[in-house]
Write a protein that binds this ligand. Structure first.
Ligand SMILES: [Zn+2]
Length: 256
């Protein structure tokens, strides 16, 4: 038994080593943002930053050393009446990821309820995002793609709004990059490091892969969301590929 365990650990380490060496062969523009970039991550609920965008945020802060990383959370996650607690948990989790508390906004707006059955007001979202962009002046904006990773309606609404703003060349989007987080199928979603070789053969515009240390940091940040840590979330943080890798597609005016 111990022999097989050793062999599988050895194979695992070999796969990780190979992945890291493959990573260096990816063109720099697809694996790095410049230090001068200002990154805004737009999420729907407190805990999205850890569950889905952890590799991007940790890499941006600790590896690329970006000047500023911001998080705009468009609801307080009040579906079960725990909005105030979740708001506090968001700040604690972001600080572990490396985002300064002054760079976090968590919005409590009746037009943007935490509810998978409700469409968010696109008008309200657009106005909120426009105000946030004019305040923080990000050069790169990251959010969900049209499937929202988990198909949650609130996630998809964010994608719809930002994609439309980019497509219609909204004034506030001028000169800014919009990156949307790839949704993968539910088998790949739970393959953790095993999904990396599959991911590397995909088509994306930006990739972030994190080391074991940084995965540990993302998991620690996720544990700040104590109100959300029901049993299946523990499984999620152990097995999800979104704890170790993020890939993004760039939405430009042409392909939006
Ligand atoms: Zn969410």
């Amino acid at each position: 038994m111990a022999f097989y365990l050793l062999i599988s650990m050895f194979v695992g380490m070999l796969v990780i080593y190979k992945c890291i060496s493959w990573q260096t062969q990816i063109p720099e523009r697809k694996r790095k943002l410049k230090q001068s970039e200002r990154l805004l991550v737009v999420i729907a609920h407190p805990d999205d930053e850890c569950m889905f965008f952890g590799p991007l945020i940790v890499t941006a802060v600790r590896k690329w050393c970006l000047e500023d990383v911001f998080v705009l959370c468009c609801s307080i996650g009040n579906h079960y009446g725990m909005g105030d607690i979740r708001k506090r948990e968001l700040v604690e989790a972001c600080e572990i990821l490396g985002v300064h508390r002054d760079n976090i906004k968590c919005i409590d707006d009746p037009a943007l309820p935490d509810d998978p059955e409700v469409d968010w007001s696109q008008l309200r979202l657009r106005s909120l995002i426009t105000d946030t962009i004019s305040e923080w002046n990000p050069s790169v904006i990251a959010t969900f793609d049209e499937s929202g990773v988990s198909e949650h309606r609130n996630h998809r609404d964010l994608s719809r709004c930002l994609t439309a703003m980019q497509k219609n060349a909204a004034y506030c989007m001028k000169g800014r990059r919009l990156l949307v987080l790839d949704t993968v199928n539910s088998v790949r979603k739970y393959l953790q490091y095993i999904d990396i070789p599959i991911t590397l053969y995909g088509d994306w515009d930006l990739i972030t892969i994190v080391s074991r240390d940084h995965t540990g940091r993302i998991q620690r940040a996720m544990r700040c969301h104590a109100s959300q840590m029901v049993w299946f979330r523990w499984l999620y943080i152990v097995f999800s590929r979104y704890m170790v890798v993020n890939t993004f597609r760039e939405i430009s005016k042409q392909n939006a």
